[in-house]
Design a protein. Structure first.
Ligand SMILES: [Zn+2]
Length: 254
């Protein structure tokens, strides 16, 4: 059946089914890439272990660690991990690229692949194609006004949320840091190798800002999604309005 023969709701069902199929295929390729990464790492580790003496000699490095002088130099872990990541990452990249063309949902008008996260969330929410702005089906949002409202709400919630997380983290730092410094200056820090003063002063603020920074990043992405949806709605409605105006103009001329 040609795309043109399908109704709007059939197109929407087809779009949703393609999204599910595409996600599943990407997940499967991801699992294959992960397993090959582990296998590659195990294989390389065995090779390095077997030719340990030759490799250490060839690269003129000292073998082992302080606790275990016979062991493989820990520096060799870096090339092992890098080499193991290379091929599975390349495989995954090429596979995802291919799946975007074959399995991912496509616009029935301009046939552009809408597999990418931003494209498909925009399409699902508005029903408009992000590339040609044609109306493919009824989107999940009723109108552009709803999209604007959702965007404004997401933005203000994001600001409130970040302010709260940031204040909570800084508050916790203001409690923990003086306690730790007091323990440091009175030589009461627990553990065999307690951190130095410089480590405390650098690591603690860094550690406490990681959570708000991570949340800020995630929140930013979700606000951007809402912004894309709002912009797509505007562009789609504008185009739809122009098409409708042209049609009524033609009808009045006939
Ligand atoms: Zn299109």
């Amino acid at each position: 059946m040609a795309d043109a023969d399908l109704t709007s709701s059939e197109l929407k069902e087809q779009f949703k089914a393609a999204v599910t199929r595409y996600d599943l295929q990407v997940l499967m390729r991801g699992a294959i890439a992960f397993v090959s990464f582990l296998m590659m790492m195990a294989l390389l580790a065995c090779v390095v272990k077997y030719f340990q003496a030759e490799i250490h000699h060839g690269l003129s490095m000292k073998s082992g660690t302080e606790d275990c002088p016979e062991a493989v130099s820990p520096i060799l872990l870096i090339p092992i991990v890098l080499l193991s990541v290379c091929f599975p990452a390349l495989f995954l990249y090429r596979q995802v690229k291919r799946l975007r063309q074959s399995t991912a949902p496509h616009c029935p008008f301009c046939h552009v692949s809408l597999g990418q996260h931003a494209s498909r969330t925009g399409a699902m929410a508005t029903g408009f194609c992000p590339a040609c702005q044609q109306k493919m089906f009824e989107g999940e949002l009723d109108s552009g006004a709803v999209a604007v409202e959702k965007y404004e709400k997401a933005k203000s919630e994001f600001r409130r949320y970040i302010r709260f997380t940031f204040s909570a983290s800084m508050g916790a730092l203001l409690i923990v840091l003086p306690v730790y410094l007091w323990l440091y200056f009175t030589n009461q820090l627990p553990g065999k190798n307690p951190p130095s003063l410089a480590e405390i002063l650098v690591l603690f603020p860094l550690l406490f800002s990681l959570v708000p920074l991570g949340l800020w990043w995630v929140g930013k992405l979700s606000v951007r999604d809402q912004q894309n949806i709002r912009d797509l709605f505007r562009a789609g409605e504008r185009k739809y309005g122009i098409i409708e105006a042209r049609r009524s103009e033609q009808e009045s001329q006939q």
